[in-house]
Design a protein around this ligand. Structure first.
Ligand code: MLT
Length: 412
């Protein structure tokens, strides 16, 4: 009989969001008339920007014409899209990133997991707690951890606690770690990192030969001009960081799928015998072997994000979701509930009222208000007692959800 990857058996029950969906579906089955409002998974609700749709329709027409039809595209993405990204997202912010260092993909979640293909199995890996579960689970699957304990922590990982006490930004570790996952604006807490904080990480990484895996999927939601959008705004980051970005949340591509990963050509790691090796050729090799690129149609849609119309339309989308975030923050604060984030990020990190556990609050909210959020403990042990509310929904749903929650939960 074929053997399996035993590491999968170490994983805690279900992946967080399918587990929430399972509970919500079970509730909906016995309460078919409940008007459930889903503010759990950060999935967009508003239609694709017109500029993206127009570009994709044109691309579909091209695919229907022998002269303009496209077969396989470059595994790294089309040059015209990589160049636009390099210019608008990086060079315009003073980041020294070349188009050839940008790899187009079908999602940041996939890239965050796939990147482990090119790293060794003996790295010490640091994650914040709470954390986007994909960073942890993909390391468990790859056999980079021990077993899980009763708190939900995996042996072998270095957990860096983040809480209101440290503004949800992890303290630089005193020990040496090889790979560090950072996510800013943060999922799940909605926190941001200052230039000084990121500078401290870059200095740490350079001093220790570490690599920062920087998830900037929510950078478009930053409105405070002093907050960096990219790790490459920090001098020296080219030599110690990989950055992940996505079109999912800024342009509503969660169902359309397009993202990118930046691997600078100056980034190096070492072989088992200690020789220095460039990382870029490894990722290029990995993508060329295991990936055939994102569809031409979708890449044309992503390119349109950088047109004048596309910029205005994506900005309007972002403003819309951030107005939702403000409504969530204001209404919950008025009800005496403590909230964090929600200012430069589409997630609001809520202290559960009356010291309820995260899952107890989830159940109460579902049962009494028919509102779904995400239990903080699902993002790690230090998320216990917190709850994440996503601003990705219609205005009517956000207002109705806040009305229901504040009628039911008020903290004196
Ligand atoms: C979330 O809700 O944390 C995100 O939607 C997950 C993701 O982007 O994969």
């Amino acid at each position: 009989m074929a053997t399996i990857n035993d590491n999968y058996l170490k994983l805690k029950a279900g992946y967080l969001f399918p587990e929430i969906a399972r509970r919500v579906n079970a509730f909906a089955q016995i309460n078919p008339d409940a008007q459930i409002i889903r503010l759990g998974i950060g999935d967009v609700t508003e239609p694709l920007p017109e500029a993206c749709r127009t570009a994709m329709i044109k691309a579909v027409e091209e695919m229907g014409n022998r002269e303009t039809f496209k077969g396989y595209g470059p595994e790294q993405g089309y040059a015209w899209l990589r160049e636009k990204i390099a210019q608008h997202d990086f060079q315009a912010r003073g980041c020294d990133i070349d188009a050839s260092e940008i790899f187009i993909s079908d999602g940041s979640k996939c890239d965050c997991g796939n990147i482990l293909d090119i790293f060794g199995n003996n790295n010490t890996i640091a994650v914040t707690d709470p954390v986007y579960p994909v960073y942890v689970d993909t390391n468990v699957m790859a056999g980079h951890t021990g077993d899980v304990n009763e708190k939900g922590e995996y042996g072998g990982l270095v957990y860096l606690p983040i809480s209101a006490d440290n503004n949800f930004t992890a303290q630089i570790p005193s020990q040496k770690v090889d790979l560090i996952y950072l996510c800013f604006p943060n999922n799940p807490t909605g926190a941001t990192a200052s230039k000084e904080h990121l500078q401290a990480w870059v200095e740490y990484a350079k001093a220790n030969g570490s690599i920062i895996l920087f998830d900037a999927a929510y950078e478009a939601f930053i409105s405070d001009a002093s907050i960096p959008h990219s790790i490459y705004e920090i001098p020296g980051a080219r030599d110690c960081a990989i950055e992940f970005r996505s079109f999912s949340k800024n342009a509503g591509f969660t169902g359309t799928r397009c993202a990118l990963t930046v691997v600078p050509k100056t980034l190096t790691g070492k072989t088992a015998d200690g020789s220095k090796v460039e990382i870029w050729p490894l990722w290029n090799r990995r993508q060329s072997t295991k990936f055939n690129g994102v569809s031409y149609i979708v890449q044309r849609g992503a390119e349109a994000v950088y047109s004048e119309e596309g910029k205005a339309q994506t900005k309007a989308l972002i403003n819309f979701y951030m107005e939702n975030a403000k409504i969530i923050c204001d209404k919950l604060t008025q009800a005496g509930i403590s909230v964090y984030g929600g200012v430069n990020a589409p997630y609001v990190w809520v202290k559960t009222p009356n010291n309820l556990s995260s899952w107890d609050f989830f159940d109460k909210l579902l049962n009494t208000c028919n509102v779904v959020g995400t239990p903080g403990s699902g993002f790690g042990a230090a998320g216990e007692g917190y709850f994440r509310i996503s601003a990705f929904n219609s205005r009517a749903n956000v207002e109705e959800a806040m009305k229901r929650i504040t009628e039911r939960f008020t903290v004196a």
